[in-house]
Design a binder for this molecule. Sequence first.
Ligand SMILES: NC(=O)c1ccc[n+]([C@@H]2O[C@H](COP(=O)([O-])OP(=O)(O)OC[C@H]3O[C@@H](n4cnc5c(N)ncnc54)[C@H](OP(=O)(O)O)[C@@H]3O)[C@@H](O)[C@H]2O)c1
Length: 313
Amino acid sequence: METMKAVVCTKYGPPEVLRLVQYKKPIPKDDEVLINIHATSVTNSDVFIRSSRVSWQLLIPMRLMMGITKPRKEIIGEVFSGIVTEIGSKITRFHVGDLVYGLTGYSLGAYAEYKCMKEADSKQGCLSIKPHNISFEEATSAAYGGLLAFQFLEQADVQPREKVLIYGASGTSGIIALQLAKHLQAEVTGVCSSRHISFIEELGADKTIDYTHDDEIGKLEVYDMVFDCVGKARSSALKEACKRALTNKGRYISIDDSALRLDSGRLDRVRELIENEKIKAINDRCYPLEQIVEAHRYVELGHKRGNVAITVI
Ligand SMILES: NC(=O)c1ccc[n+]([C@@H]2O[C@H](COP(=O)([O-])OP(=O)(O)OC[C@H]3O[C@@H](n4cnc5c(N)ncnc54)[C@H](OP(=O)(O)O)[C@@H]3O)[C@@H](O)[C@H]2O)c1
């Protein structure tokens, strides 16, 4: 039996429940490609699955979905970038040697050297050719942040000169949302904490607001769109005030309003803007797979700047 390196999560708990082991290498079916994963990410969703730390109202639905006493999928991880090394007989979109990036959806399994993926989009994931001008690690940031930011900004139909406020502009999705809104010629206000203000100015924010200083609420204007990129679990006095700082037709959208759509067409659009240097994918830190526990500890602190990538090989 051929084996591979993988990180397993065999019970819910703190980062230390994650273990690096040798695991059976998957074999692709006729309608699957085998990807040699070069990089993955530690996302908030991974932390959520591993820790199972949710409000009591969400505990039962979450456990029914992810596994009652332990994660149903031993190998977690939902973001990947790597190289196609084998293809099934029914595969038409990909070839051996293609550099790809994508999300695994419910199938998870990205914390491993190899992963089988169907080429068609489904709840089991989506994949596309990776932008050629960024590293595998950066591509994981682009896949996750890009899919989230594009989905909600496309839904909002942002128009040139509209005033857009990005709440949580220094996170993985916020960084891409800010740059995409600028690309769409909106006037963009970015919200983050003091230590990230100059960073989001460099990314192109026209104006900035520090959510940790209540006196900055007075800097709020009236917006055509407010996009909450940190999600419903994290708030502040400023976020509450943002909800009222809207024009008559203004839209307030939270990144948690609807489920993430696994859409390879959207990954293609993310790639195009990255290759045309309209958008940058930014990593805060990169850890080797062997340090996955440390990476989870860091992400759990809640203040990463962009994505935390894991180098698998
Ligand atoms: N719809 C879906 O299916 C779906 C799927 C996946 C994720 N999500 C949601 O997307 C969210 C964002 O994920 P992400 O990885 O892009 O975010 P992230 O990278 O974890 O965001 C980190 C940033 O959040 C900022 N932050 C922390 N607490 C804050 C607060 N109270 N107010 C404002 N900013 C705060 C931090 O900035 P400072 O350090 O400057 O404070 C940090 O830079 C997740 O938390 C989840 O709710 C939704």
